[in-house]
Design a protein around this ligand. Structure first.
Ligand code: SF4
Ligand code: SF4
Length: 267
């Protein structure tokens, strides 16, 4: 912990970063985001196995960008999202200094997109063993069974949009869901509107979801909504060979084409 705090202090003191985003102790043992701009602020930084949330969503916020160079204490999810956001031109290449903390507390500075890419390449599967098991279960179902599964799950959705707010890849200034002229998707929580919201969101995240699980953790009614976007992401990976969050250089599979692309999906 001291190594991380000292590193953050040094970066701020030497002007290498104007803000360090990391984790601090919250109520009830949770780890919440921490924003250190002074040496005194860095005393709040913590790092342990409970630092699981993906902090990359803060990197695209205008108020954070205005503060200057950002350093971020980055778990695997944050690193993957950092790469994906760079690939999508939401962050300038090498604009963010990532601090990867090892189990023994040593801190590795990853100052370039290439350094982050190399680091991420050596990390294990993004999904937990439990989520992988659920994904395998979903994959083993027929399309009709999966439809029934999601229809049932999505009926419980209260349209609070916590899944959208917590997702680092949901950064649009105005979401289609909030458009009311015309009103594309009904505002109230009901079966059809819920299905529309989640179908649109899954399609927007297909090939872009970094499988951090943040949206599922944020859901107040316990819908495993991350499995829907992860499933869409893995479908794109299988079809086009592209993996979101693996590189800062990516021609988005669903936004580009090659003359020899498969057309088997056209029915
Ligand atoms: S859709 Fe969910 S799992 Fe995927 S990047 Fe967003 S928060 Fe993470
Ligand atoms: S967080 Fe859960 S309840 Fe809220 S909109 Fe997303 S799926 Fe629905």
């Amino acid at each position: 912990m001291e190594v991380l705090r000292n590193k953050a202090q040094d970066l701020l003191a030497q002007g290498q970063a104007q803000i360090v985003i990391g984790y601090e102790a919250g109520t009830g043992g949770i780890r919440r985001p921490s924003f250190a701009r002074t040496a005194a602020d860095t005393a709040r930084l913590v790092w342990d196995a409970d630092c699981i949330s993906n902090l990359a969503g803060y990197l695209t916020r205008p108020e954070i960008k205005r503060m200057g160079k950002t350093a971020i204490v980055a778990n695997a999810s944050t690193l993957r999202a950092l790469l994906q956001l760079t690939a999508e031109r939401q962050l300038a290449e090498d604009a963010v200094l990532a601090l990867a903390v090892a189990e023994d507390g040593t801190v590795t500075e990853l100052a370039t997109a290439q350094a982050v890419t190399d680091h991420v390449a050596a990390l294990p599967d993004a999904l937990s063993a439990a989520d992988r098991e659920q994904m395998n279960l979903l994959a083993s179902m027929s399309r009709e069974e999966r439809w029934v599964y999601w229809e049932k799950e999505l009926q419980r959705c209260i349209k609070c949009y916590a899944c959208r707010s917590s997702c680092p890849m949901c950064y649009c200034g105005t979401c289609t869901m909030d458009c009311n002229k015309p009103q594309w998707v009904p505002v109230p929580s009901h079966a059809l509107g819920n299905l529309e919201y989640h179908t649109v969101r899954a399609m927007h995240l297909a090939g872009r979801c970094v499988e951090c699980g943040e949206c599922g953790r944020a859901c107040p009614v316990g819908i495993p909504i991350h499995l829907l976007t992860c499933f869409a992401e893995e479908s794109v990976h299988q079809q086009f060979g592209q993996k979101a969050g693996a590189s800062a250089k990516l021609d988005y599979a669903l936004g580009t084409f090659r003359p020899d692309d498969k057309e088997s999906f056209i029915r």
